[in-house]
Design a protein around this ligand. Structure first.
Ligand code: URA
Length: 208
């Protein structure tokens, strides 16, 4: 099965999961969107009005800003994969509570496993807290760190949420600057992986 088929299977499983919170009040499941083969996985908070209407993450105002920021660094929106911490809309877009985040966790972990990204960009504090608990976004935004994600080292880059950037010009500038760093972070992550492979090969050669 390829990644697209695996994601479809997971989406169907999620759709039929009656135990998921927020299901009753939602119009659609906003599972994920984009290129399953992408090296970049973006994780936001949860669907808002338009995402709930269309069943696709980041298609409202925050999504429009995200698309602009991506085009600034020459990455088309359809070349990334994007999802959220929770996949049904919370009433009035309130913050998700810990039990809700926990209920969606196996599905988010499933998406991460299938996409198998090189870099995860967290948008906002809820997705950041999944990988970097206890940190403050003002201290760590735009700074990559290697995190063990379900047994695999992945580069995590925390960023401000685009919705926060729409409310505050200073945050918008910070988000833009963090986006401008992304191509270099991706290149150096790829180089590190290449060097890792070379070192492993050399180690194997030394064993022979
Ligand atoms: N904000 C999010 O965190 N996710 C979306 O899908 C839309 C807005």
């Amino acid at each position: 099965m390829d990644k697209k088929q695996k994601l479809e299977e997971l989406r169907n499983k999620m759709k039929s999961d009656q135990s998921l919170p927020l299901r009753q009040g939602a119009t659609n499941l906003a599972f994920g969107d984009g290129d399953p083969e992408s090296e970049l996985l973006f994780i936001g908070e949860g669907p808002g009005y338009w995402e709930d209407m269309k069943g696709i993450p980041f298609v409202g105002n925050a999504g429009a800003l995200l698309n602009q920021l991506l085009s600034l660094i020459g990455i088309p929106r359809n070349k990334i994969y994007i999802t959220n911490v929770i996949h049904y809309r919370a009433p009035e877009n309130r913050d998700p509570d810990p039990s809700e985040i926990n209920a969606f966790k196996p599905y988010l972990d499933g998406i991460i496993k299938i996409i198998d990204p090189k870099v995860i960009i967290t948008l906002g504090r809820f997705s950041m807290a999944k990988f970097l608990p206890g940190v403050m976004i003002s201290n760590v935004h735009g700074k990559p760190s290697m995190v063990d994600v379900n047994g695999k080292e992945i580069t995590i880059v925390p960023m401000y949420h685009p919705a926060a950037a729409l409310r505050n010009g200073e945050v918008k500038l910070k988000l833009k600057n963090d986006f401008l760093k992304l191509p270099e972070i991706l290149t150096s992550t790829n180089n590190d992986k290449k060097n890792d492979k070379i070192t492993k090969k050399e180690e194997q050669m030394n064993l022979i």
